[in-house]
Design a binder for this molecule. Structure first.
Ligand SMILES: Cc1cc2nc3c(=O)[nH]c(=O)nc-3n(C[C@H](O)[C@H](O)[C@H](O)COP(=O)(O)OP(=O)(O)OC[C@H]3O[C@@H](n4cnc5c(N)ncnc54)[C@H](O)[C@@H]3O)c2cc1C
Ligand SMILES: NC(=O)c1ccc[n+]([C@@H]2O[C@H](COP(=O)([O-])OP(=O)(O)OC[C@H]3O[C@@H](n4cnc5c(N)ncnc54)[C@H](O)[C@@H]3O)[C@@H](O)[C@H]2O)c1
Length: 447
């Protein structure tokens, strides 16, 4: 058996590559060791957003009690999880049907390299002209006594009951999103972050606002705090802590390890395939081709690229990668401004340079920043947080970065990203006629 293209991993990047290659007439196959769909559709963005939307609706109603609304809205965890399953359950079969319709051969097996051009796919040896590694990322291993007691984000999506108290290790995207969900669903929540700042790649003034409202929502956020050991105590756990406040212990019903994700290269036997990789993943050139084995390409979370480990980036890279396989290396990957969102309640959103980055780059910029809770849009949402910081170049008026926290920030940020990609100036946004009254209409005052 020999293919023109063999794709390892049926996630977002894998689907984009396989479909494009098959459409171009290349004999293409794909394999995944787990059900088809990958992280985003099955264990990430999509199910997370369905759950958060439920919690967010509950929060909105609660904020409007006594303002024309009355009654009680509560989250039924079992029902909410069952609703989430209606999105995830159909994914593997639908995806496989889509591959078959596109003429792609489908395998369900772990794949590893036998040599530079041959793969072990389950029990079979399969050769391929081009091999595409799009195996994503997995949770970083927790290294401490009792680490096995901690669950990961994958397991969190299968929780049938919500414990009374949950401890998240790590103060990043996943812990903040899950913590906001769990707190609204009735759990007490603690976040243990070993560094001085949570969400450290975001604009810190906006993070401060998010930390404030998180604490107001009952989330206990401990910074500069190290978890040293997890001990089981009957059906509960005790987490030993060490930090600024000294040593202590925390009784909890569940420990979730959300300390980051690492490229998933574990089962691939990359050495046999002569595929060089490092801590950040498979080393690739500007065509997303392995720097050591020209038959091999990589994209998405597993590839060591400039792109953030996010779904739109995985798909974007997948399209470049496929074009380079189909037409020969012709499209160098280049990245537009990438908006990113932490789906908390309310959300934190960012695109472009933070102020720290702009300073480090030596850019000459002005800052527009405000607490906008008293604006009409803040008031009608009864927003516990609504703030922004926009950086504008002093030399040409272009937008260097935009950072928001507040209602629908996840939508508004796309307007800034689009404006930046289009090379629009702050004055273009100021003079644009946004429909009113919408959240987007505030952009003209932010720019
Ligand atoms: C909880 C959570 C929430 C997230 N939320 C967001 C969000 O809101 N927005 C956003 O943009 N991003 C989000 N992300 C990140 C996003 O999910 C990833 O960036 C994206 O899924 C990466 O796509 P990929 O195709 O590179 O890898 P994946 O989607 O992970 O696909 C890789 C596939 O390869 C398979 N595989 C691995 N090894 C092998 C092997 N040896 N043989 C065969 N198959 C193999 C895996 O089983 C998997 O199906 C989230 C991630 C998590 C964990
Ligand atoms: N909304 C989204 O787009 C979204 C949501 C979830 C995940 N993701 C993607 O998945 C990736 C992984 O998410 P994540 O939340 O696991 O990681 P993260 O990198 O966002 O955050 C991990 C945090 O854990 C801390 N940490 C590391 N080791 C620790 C330890 N031993 N004890 C305490 N704290 C520790 C780090 O300092 C960091 O703040 C993200 O970087 C992102 O690319 C995106």
């Amino acid at each position: 058996m020999k293919y023109d293209v063999f794709v390892i991993g049926a996630g977002m990047a894998g689907a984009a590559v396989a479909k494009k290659c098959a459409k171009a007439g290349l004999k293409t196959a794909i394999s995944d060791l787990r059900p088809y769909g990958g992280t985003c559709a099955l264990r990430g963005c999509d199910p997370k957003k369905v759950l958060i939307d439920g919690a967010s609706l509950q929060e909105q109603v609660q904020l409007h009690l006594g303002k024309g609304l009355s009654g009680e809205v509560k989250i039924d965890w079992g029902e909410l999880m069952a609703f989430k399953d209606t999105f995830t359950d159909p994914v593997p079969e639908n995806m496989e049907k889509g591959f078959e319709k596109a003429g792609i051969d489908t395998y369900h097996a772990p794949v590893s390299f036998l040599d530079e051009a041959t793969l072990q796919v389950g029990q079979q040896a399969i050769a391929a002209e081009k091999i595409v590694v799009v195996t994503g990322a997995r949770p970083r291993e927790l290294d401490m006594p009792g680490a096995a007691h901690a669950i990961t984000s994958d397991d969190f999506f299968n929780l049938t009951q919500l414990p009374k108290h949950i401890t998240f290790l790590g103060g990043g995207y996943i812990s903040f999103e899950f913590a906001h969900l769990a707190a609204r669903a009735g759990a007490s929540v603690t976040i243990i972050e070993h560094g001085p700042r949570p969400l450290k790649h975001f604009e810190q003034d906006m993070v401060d606002e998010l930390v404030r409202v998180s604490r107001e929502a009952g989330i206990d956020i401990r910074l500069n705090c190290q978890a040293k050991r997890i001990t089981q105590q009957g059906s509960e756990y005790e987490v030993s802590l060490e930090g600024e406040a000294g040593r202590g212990t925390l009784e909890t019903g569940l420990v979730v390890s959300t300390i980051g994700r690492v490229p998933e290269v574990g089962q691939l036997n990359l050495e046999k395939g002569n595929v060089v990789h490092g801590r950040k993943g498979i080393e690739v050139n500007e065509y997303l081709q392995s720097t050591s084995n020209p038959r091999v390409y990589a994209a998405g979370d597993v590839a060591d690229t400039e792109g953030l480990p996010l779904t739109p980036v995985a798909v974007y890279e997948g399209h470049f990668l496929a074009a380079n396989i189909i037409k020969g290396n012709s499209k160098k990957v280049n990245y537009p401004e990438i908006p990113t969102v932490v789906f908390t309640i309310p959300s934190l959103a960012s695109v472009g340079f933070t102020e720290k980055q702009a300073e480090e780059q030596g850019l000459d910029y002005s800052v527009n920043s405000l607490d906008a809770r008293k604006w009409f849009n803040g008031r009608r949402h009864r927003a516990p947080a609504y703030a922004y910081k926009v950086l504008v170049s002093k030399s040409d008026g272009s937008i260097l970065g935009a950072h928001l926290v507040g209602p629908l920030a996840e939508e508004t940020i796309n307007i800034f990203a689009l404006a930046m990609k289009a090379g629009m100036k702050a004055r273009d946004l100021k003079s644009f006629l946004f429909s009113y009254p919408t959240m987007a209409s505030d952009v003209s005052y932010m720019a």
